[in-house]
Design a protein around this ligand. Sequence first.
Ligand code: GAR
Length: 227
Amino acid sequence: MTPSDGGKSIQPRIVVLISGSGTNLQALIDSATAADYPGRIVGVGSNRPDAGGLERAQRAGIETFVIDHTQYDNRESFDAALIRKLEKLTPDLVVLAGFMRILTDDLVRYFRGRLINIHPSILPNYQGLKTHARALEAGDTVHGTSVHFVTEELDGGPIIAQAEVPVLENDTDQTLGARVQAREHVLYPIIVRWFCEGRINLGPDDEVLFDGEPIPAILTLPADVYQ
Ligand code: GAR
């Protein structure tokens, strides 16, 4: 994934899409400041003009753009505009980091294998919204987060990695959500880094490849990584 250009290596180009405060985006920005970081965040886009994450990107000197979904008649025309904008940024990887939009099949197919998402549950549990509240309501003792390739099925693409957290007795959806996000802020940058290093790919049959081999099980990171 680091093709050479006359001996000069070209870094994979990352575009991050957000809708909200962008704490995951911040974790990605922070990790990309490492001297040996194998990629470059070349753009941050939002469907909401007021997304707090846009300021985080601007502070880091990253180009931002807004494609306001309320200005489009339907999902297809919004996604067509998003594809046009993304095409201009020529991303090797599009990272969804709290981008709260259902994507059309056209967009998903266009970026197949270079579109990943983080979802705050142990998929396939709790696709969709309000995942922390639903885990609490169900009386789960374990909750967590998943990073997956995006395919046509909502929150259903091939899972790359997961991180679990315990559900504690007095948890509210806020306290549980904060514990999940702390995991996300470690896990997502590592997966993005591995993708940029060419270690993670989507195979032809929608299998997740790690170092060229199908993963035998969803990846989990050793506990000390999160300390
Ligand atoms: C994250 O917890 C992410 O898992 C979730 O939105 C949050 C964004 O927070 N994504 C989804 O629910 C996607 N279905 P952030 O803006 O602080 O990074």
